[in-house]
Design a binder for this molecule. Sequence first.
Ligand code: ADP
Length: 168
Amino acid sequence: MEKRIAICPGSFDPITKGHLDIIRRASGLFDEVIVLILVNYAKSNTAFTPAERVELARRVTKDMPNVRVDFFGGLLADYASHVGACTLIKGLRAVSDFEYEFQMALTNKKLCPTLETMFMTTDIKYMYLSSSIVREVATMGGDISEFVCPEIIDDIRRRLGPKTEENK
Ligand code: ADP
């Protein structure tokens, strides 16, 4: 039977525990899950370069054998056709996510009619969590250990945190 491939697309600037929860749940449903780091023109001022975001995402997903991380600078629908993915997985945190995601799902369906979008509701623990919250708290020197995996905390602190001897 054909391999069922799903894509979890996003900016992942940086990858959070909320993202990981969706990725882990998706990895139980599909043969392969691709965490796809994309360029979002509405979020051009990123804290991490695409290569750094890929590296951070690889580090925190390395225990999931059917998950791989990739970067694509073009259109998501083109990447999905190219790799033969059947589904896009999107996480929904609140009603406020819905309108944009609904519009994106219809656009992607138009561009690639065989591609389905599946929405997963956030784990209630991560409902409030976004990459921008992580960046804000880290910039102010706050504790981000509830928000991101331990393996990447130092990288985020070094990039965004107040410049102390320890963070240089
Ligand atoms: P952000 O909105 O945090 O910048 P991304 O653009 O990287 O996130 O989002 C990638 C995907 O992950 C989107 O489908 C988004 O809805 C989902 N997502 C982000 N944070 C969470 C969370 N805390 N719980 C569930 N899904 C999430």
